[in-house]
Design a protein around this ligand. Sequence first.
Ligand code: 5GP
Length: 225
Amino acid sequence: MNSLCENEGADESRRSATRGGMLVVVSSPSGGGKGTLIRRALEIVPNLDYSVSYTTRLPRPGELNGRDYYFVAKEEFERMRAGGEFLESACVHNNFYGTACAEVERATASGQDVILEIDVQGAASVAERAREAASVFIFILPPSFDELARRLSARGTENQSDLQARLKNSRGEVERYTEFDYVVLNDEAERASKELAAIVLAERARRERQIELAKRVLATFPQNF
Ligand code: 5GP
């Protein structure tokens, strides 16, 4: 069966190909600015969807259920995880986050590419589980630790202890840039979002993703001309 998350039980590794679309996995430390870059890339690149994650974290002011996240209680998250409903899930800065298979399949089944905005642990799980699926892994690099700290505190969304926890985790997250295919420096949002969009477009044009197209074009050429 050609589905991203065949529900073979929670303990089974679920690996299979997406029907059509490519998974674009984007990670960065908290405050790295990936949300802004992704929003802009979604405006630039056609046929690109966004996977809304599930989280047990409380909504921040202005965040909407179903747009920013699906905000769920721990029990509901645990039920979904036990039921094998997540492509990946992780505990990040003391909250649970997960990418629902259904969310990703909704987009990829119709041939759309889909962005997963997830942490480095989640990216590693996707790399492991979706081995056969078309996927590309992009790390958003902040210009420096000081700039990351400045952006995170300017955002004003975390209390002091959450902020410290996020900054404390950031070095370990940045060290894992080596696991990604691309690294985009987020020095300036407009430039960096164009780079992110360019990567998605270039990945689409890879030869192995253009075989069907090339065959169709080739079929229009006479054999003995
Ligand atoms: P925040 O609480 O700032 O929205 O997110 C905290 C971290 O969790 C960010 O690095 C974000 O990318 C990550 N995250 C968001 N959704 C998911 C998800 O579905 N899975 C994983 N593994 N991480 C996620």
